[in-house]
Write a protein of this length. Structure first.
Length: 134
């Protein structure tokens, strides 16, 4: 079950644990937003775009104080590895451009394409709010 501070437009699985820091200082970083795309789709349809804009407007103050991480998952198990990474890249960069168009500074947006081999984890872009800027 998603936590109250997590918004999902479409989701088919639980959020990953994404540790960072050192071997002692481990923090859990869950996505604020999970976008699930149809296979081979890159662009958002009108309904998804509307929901995404509502999400960004609702969380603008919190996101403005943080770096934003956009992570696309590329399923390298099924089909072409090159295609999976290419679609992940296109999706992540489209999300980045949408954030820039909404007024978020480009230098505060980090984009990552992560290879996964789990058959249930594909066609997904996640948005994380990374710790506040000092």
């Amino acid at each position: 079950k998603p936590s109250p501070d997590e918004t999902r437009i479409v989701s088919t699985r639980q959020a990953d644990l994404d540790p960072f820091g050192g071997s002692v200082d481990v923090q859990v970083d869950k996505p604020m937003l999970t976008m699930v795309y149809e296979p081979r789709a890159v662009r958002l349809d009108g309904d998804a775009t509307l929901k995404l804009n509502e999400f960004l407007n609702r969380n603008k103050d919190e996101l403005a104080e943080r770096r934003i991480r956009v992570r696309a998952l590329a399923n390298v198990r099924d089909g072409s590895v090159t295609d999976a990474r290419r679609f992940g890249y296109y999706r992540a960069m489209a999300m980045r451009q949408l954030l820039i168009d909404q007024g978020y500074p480009a230098n505060k947006i980090v984009v990552a394409i992560d290879d996964v081999s789990d058959a249930d984890r594909h066609d997904v872009v996640e948005l994380f709010a990374i710790r506040k800027e000092d």
